[in-house]
Design a protein around this ligand. Structure first.
Ligand SMILES: *Cc1c(COP(=O)(O)O)cnc(C)c1O
Length: 229
């Protein structure tokens, strides 16, 4: 089932790319979200062509990382607490959820200790939902400048999570605004930042996200089915 689901998602991604009015140099990277799914499901997905997986909890990721036995990119898509940065930099190729200066500074220190330059995205809470993590738009310029000055972090772009609208079309303006922020940031003369990723879109809204310019989508349910909690 995983293989069929994956190929269906890949087909939809291709179709939506064609419908994307934005100029896109990059391909759309599919991050298969494997939280709450076991390593057998993960291996099945990777063997069927998944090249990047997304996890949202450090402890779960550590355990899976130790036993997976597959070569794959690891993406942290969930909130990161400062007391977990040491483990996070060991495992993850891209951390999507940087949303404060404090977290950035701690991540930088942890990365320096293991002689790594850690790729990160800044999570933006564009809809200003109190229940969600992410930085508000007006605080973005300061955080971007700060991260650019941290020698062991490389800022690669942005992540956002759309609110759960009743009509999925309603997230289009938000994704559109996020794309504008992404384009504006590309014009900034950073020292080390390389703004190239816009991570937005999950199972219910990744089609719209791609049409609005996302080049990373994070899809779980459409590939693995409903999660059992
Ligand atoms: C769980 C999760 C996803 C995937 O959600 P699905 O609806 O299962 O595709 C994507 N992004 C984040 C941040 C998540 O926590």
């Amino acid at each position: 089932m995983i293989q069929e689901n994956l190929h269906e998602v890949e087909k939809i991604i291709e179709k939506c790319k064609t419908g994307c009015s934005r100029i896109q140099q990059n391909d759309v990277k599919l991050v298969a979200v494997t939280k709450n799914h076991d390593i057998y499901a993960m291996r099945e997905a990777i063997d069927a062509g998944v090249t990047a997986i997304g996890e949202n909890r450090i402890q779960e990721a550590i355990e899976k990382n130790a036993t997976l036995e597959r070569n794959v990119e690891w993406h942290l898509i969930g909130h990161l607490q400062t007391n977990k940065v040491k483990q996070a930099v060991k495992i993850f190729d891209l951390i999507h959820s940087v949303d404060s200066e404090k977290l950035a500074v701690e991540l930088d220190k942890a990365a320096e200790k293991i002689h790594k330059v850690q790729d990160v995205l800044v999570q933006v809470n564009l809809a200003r939902e109190e229940s969600k993590f992410g930085i508000y738009r007006e605080n973005l310029p300061d955080l971007l400048a700060k991260i650019d000055n941290l020698g062991n972090l490389r800022l690669c772009g942005f992540m956002c999570i759309a609110p759960n609208y009743e009509k999925v079309e309603d997230c289009r303006p938000l994704f559109h605004e996020m794309y504008e922020i992404f384009q504006e940031a590309k014009e900034i003369a950073f020292k080390t930042a390389n703004i190239k990723y816009l991570s937005m879109g999950m199972t219910h809204d990744y089609r719209i996200a791609i049409e609005e310019g996302a080049n990373i989508v994070r899809v779980g349910t459409a590939i693995f089915g409903q999660r059992q909690y």
